[in-house]
Design a protein around this ligand. Structure first.
Ligand code: CUA
Length: 309
């Protein structure tokens, strides 16, 4: 899997295919009508004076034609809409997504222990199965938009909305916040990774595990730096420090494709740069920088986080 889709016109799932059908049919019908009206306009310019059968033109072209065409499009699109996936969690795999300024918290239920698994900025789903995303917001109104998989749904504080996805084939589908939510609205992206069902189950079982142990002096130094820098005031690493929920859960951060909500590829260098000065990459973000950290400690901390797969 390489590259990611972010296009209404390249559907990767059931609802997206219906929605892209709407786009094409309405665009096609609009084009035909536009051309017909332009042709009539040209015709009327060439024929000065009151045209013969004016009443017929007004009645036919001005009333009957729009009524017929718009009714046909309305009927067709209403019928097609009934084929969209039901917006219900029944029989679907449920995943909770919470919009936060400016990232996404993603919560799964561990089928083995029943415990909650918390992740961020990446939603992994199995292919060929309805997945119900329960959406809410922790602060302001956000909107989850996954153009290659489904429509768009607002995330409103104090309310739970839902969006059903069904990916037909494995792939990476990009999403974006589609409701202006402050300074870094533009940098509030996420990715949906659709995996074959067995692959998904194996991945989810791995996510249920606590963080990998720091099994080398460098990693141990990184783990110690995490605690010394009081990163655990905002971030959880299961098995290390598990109280905080302000920032993204970092238990398996190294296994996610990006950090900063779709902003930077996960790598020890991008992690080090982000930790030292997150404001440089994403001004206004709530994470304070650690510019006073010496290079060796910063490198150890970034290497430790990268290893948490
Ligand atoms: Cu969140 Cu825009």
């Amino acid at each position: 899997m390489s590259g990611s889709l972010h296009s209404v016109l390249e559907p990767g799932g059931w609802d997206a295919a219906i929605i892209s059908g709407f786009a094409w049919v309405l665009f096609g019908a609009g084009t035909v009508i536009f051309l017909a009206v332009m042709a009539l306009l040209l015709l009327s310019l060439r024929r000065q004076g009151r045209p013969a059968g004016a009443l017929l033109w007004i009645g036919g072209g001005g009333i009957a034609f729009p009524v017929l065409v718009l009714s046909a499009l309305l009927g067709w699109s209403t019928w097609r809409s009934t084929q969209l996936a039901p917006q219900s969690s029944q029989g679907a795999l449920s995943i909770s997504v919470t919009g936060k300024m400016w990232w996404w918290e993603v919560r799964y239920r561990d089928p083995a222990s029943g415990r909650e698994i918390v992740s961020a900025n990446e939603i992994r789903i199995p292919t060929g199965r309805a997945v119900y995303l329960g959406l809410s917001s922790a602060d302001v109104i956000h909107s989850l938009w996954l153009p290659s998989l489904a429509g768009k749904r607002d995330m409103v504080p104090g309310r739970v909305t839902g969006l059903t996805l069904r990916a037909d084939k494995p792939g990476i589908y990009r999403g974006q916040c589609a409701e202006y939510c402050g300074a870094q609205h533009a940098k509030m992206a996420l990715h949906v990774v659709a995996l074959a069902p067995q692959e998904f189950d194996a991945w989810l079982a791995g996510q249920g595990q606590a963080a990998r142990p720091a099994d080398s002096p460098l990693l141990e130094r990184g783990r110690a730096a995490f605690l010394q820098q009081r990163c655990q005031a905002c971030h959880t690493i299961r098995g290390v420090a598990e109280e905080a929920r302000l920032g993204p859960d970092l238990t398996h951060v190294g296994g996610r494709m990006h950090i900063g909500a779709g902003l930077l590829r996960t790598h020890r260098d991008s992690l080090a740069g982000w930790i030292a000065d997150p404001q440089a990459a994403k001004p206004g973000v709530f994470m304070p920088g650690s510019q006073d950290l010496d290079q060796d400690t910063l490198h150890a901390l970034a290497t430790y986080l990268e290893h948490l797969k």
